[in-house]
Write a protein that binds this ligand. Structure first.
Ligand SMILES: C[S@@+](CC[C@H](N)C(=O)[O-])C[C@H]1O[C@@H](n2cnc3c(N)ncnc32)[C@H](O)[C@@H]1O
Length: 371
C-alpha cells in the first residue's frame, strides 16, 4: 500500500531534497522529448467551467458580481440619445422615439447596433424554421443543406445578439420542428399545404440515412437549445406553446403536430424578472410563477406575413423581462408583433427583417396601434 502511494504522489509532496532533484529536472527533458499525455475527452472544460457562465461577459463589460445582482433588480436602460442617434437613424428603415426598424441581414444590422452602443433588455423572436417557408430573399435563413448547418447559423446569430444584450437581459426564441421527408419535390395539389410545400425543400432530399432519413422528426428546437448551452447560455425554460387550432398534418401514421417551443435564455445567474407582471396571484396575495405551457390560438393573420406571432405569445416574455422604458429587440421581426406589443406597454423596440415588404408591414403594424 505505502509503496503504491509513493509512486503516485506528486514531486512536491516527495520527501527528496532539492539537490537530489536538480539533475533529474535539467537533462532528460532537454534530450528526450517527453511523450505528450493523452488528452482527456473533457479538455478545455475545466478552464471553461471554472468561470460561472456569464462571468466572462461581466468581466468584458467591467461589472462586478455584486453590481450585476443590483442591476438585475433595477437595470439601467440605455439613454434616448443613443436610441435616437443620427448614425442609427441614417441606416433605419423607420425611426421614431419608441421604435427603430432596420431592413437587412440580421448579423449586419446587429453589428450596426453594437457600433452605436445600443444594449437591449429583452429579445423575443421567431427565426425562420428549417425548410418551412420560402421568403424569397437571398441570404434568408432556413434553407441550409443540413439541419446541423441551420443550427450553427442560428447559434451564430444569437452570439451576435449576446454582444448587445444587457447582462440582466433575456432572450426568448420560438422554434418549431421539421420532419425529414426524403421523397423529392412535392407534386400533389393541396391548397392548405401550398405555403409549406414549395419546390425542393432541404428536407425533401435523400438525406444521410442517419439523422436525415424519411419520416424522422429532427428535434431541432432542443438541438438548438443544447447548442446554445454549449455556448454558455443558460436555459431557464423550454416553454411549450400548445395550439388548440393547429393546421392539420396530412398524415395517417402519427399524431398531428400541435405545439412549438419558446425557449427562455439568459447569460447570468441574476437577471431582470418582473414576476408580479406575469405571475398568478393567489388568494393570499402572493404570486405563483406562470406555467410553462401556454395555450395560445394561432394568429389570425391580418397582414401579408404568413408566419406571424400571436400577441399573446409575446406577453409573458415582454412583460416579465423588460424593465420600464427598456428595449425589446425582434431580430426576425416579420409583421412586427413583438414591436406592437412592446409599444403598447410603454417599452421601446427594435425590429430587423431581411425582406423590405415585411419592414413596411412592421411599420404599418406599429402605426396601426391595434391591440
Ligand atoms: C417566422 S418569421 C417571423 C414572424 C414574426 N414573429 C411575426 O410575428 O410576424 C421569420 C422572419 O425572418 C426573416 N428572415 C429570414 N432570414 C433573415 C435574415 N438573414 N436576416 C433577417 N431576417 C431574416 C423573414 O423574412 C421572416 O419575416
Amino acid at each position: 500500500m505505502s509503496a503504491k502511494k509513493q509512486t503516485t504522489s506528486s514531486p512536491k509532496k516527495s520527501p527528496a531534497k532539492k539537490s537530489e532533484l536538480k539533475p533529474l529536472a535539467a537533462k532528460p527533458s532537454a534530450k528526450i522529448p517527453k511523450p505528450s499525455p493523452p488528452k482527456p475527452a473533457h479538455e478545455g472544460y475545466a478552464e471553461k467551467w471554472s468561470l460561472h457562465p456569464g462571468e466572462s461577459l461581466r468581466r468584458k463589460r467591467g461589472i462586478s458580481a455584486k453590481e450585476q445582482q443590483a442591476r438585475a433588480k433595477h437595470p439601467l436602460v440605455i439613454s434616448q440619445d443613443v436610441f435616437e442617434s443620427p448614425a442609427l437613424r441614417s441606416k433605419a428603415f423607420h425611426a421614431d422615439k419608441d421604435c427603430l426598424i432596420f431592413c437587412g441581414d440580421v448579423r449586419e444590422v446587429l453589428g450596426w447596433l453594437r457600433e452605436a452602443g445600443v444594449y437591449v433588455d429583452c429579445v423575443v423572436t421567431s427565426p425562420p424554421f428549417y425548410g418551412q417557408r420560402d421568403y424569397g430573399v437571398a441570404g434568408q435563413i432556413g434553407f441550409e443543406q443540413t439541419p446541423y448547418e441551420f443550427i450553427a447559423k442560428l447559434v451564430e446569430v444569437f452570439g451576435d445578439v449576446r454582444e448587445i444584450l444587457q447582462t440582466s437581459g433575456s432572450v426568448w426564441v420560438n422554434l418549431g420542428d421539421t420532419y425529414w421527408n426524403g421523397r423529392g419535390e412535392h407534386r400533389g395539389k393541396d391548397s392548405k399545404q401550398d405555403a409549406r410545400r414549395f419546390g425542393l425543400r432541404p428536407q425533401d432530399r435523400r438525406g444521410d440515412g442517419k439523422l436525415c432519413k424519411n419520416k424522422q422528426l429532427l428535434l431541432l428546437p432542443h438541438r438548438f437549445a443544447i447548442a446554445m448551452q454549449d455556448k454558455e447560455w443558460i436555459v431557464r425554460n423550454d416553454n411549450v406553446w400548445v395550439k388548440p387550432n393547429p393546421i392539420p398534418d396530412q398524415v395517417a401514421d402519427r399524431s398531428c403536430m400541435s405545439h412549438e417551443y419558446v425557449f427562455h435564455f439568459v447569460t447570468q445567474r441574476f437577471y431582470f424578472y418582473n414576476r408580479v407582471a406575469v405571475g398568478r396571484k393567489t388568494t393570499r396575495g402572493t404570486y405563483m410563477p406562470p406555467a410553462d405551457t401556454w395555450e395560445v390560438p394561432l394568429s389570425k393573420g391580418g397582414t401579408s406575413h404568413k408566419a406571424s406571432f400571436s400577441q399573446e405569445l409575446v406577453r409573458i416574455p415582454i412583460l416579465a423581462t423588460t424593465p420600464p422604458r427598456g428595449i425589446v429587440l425582434d431580430p426576425f421581426g416579420g409583421s412586427g408583433t413583438s414591436l406592437l406589443f412592446a409599444k403598447s406597454h410603454g417599452f421601446r423596440s427594435i425590429g430587423i427583417d431581411i425582406k423590405e415588404e415585411y419592414c413596411e408591414v412592421m411599420r404599418q403594424t406599429i402605426r396601426s396601434n391595434l391591440l
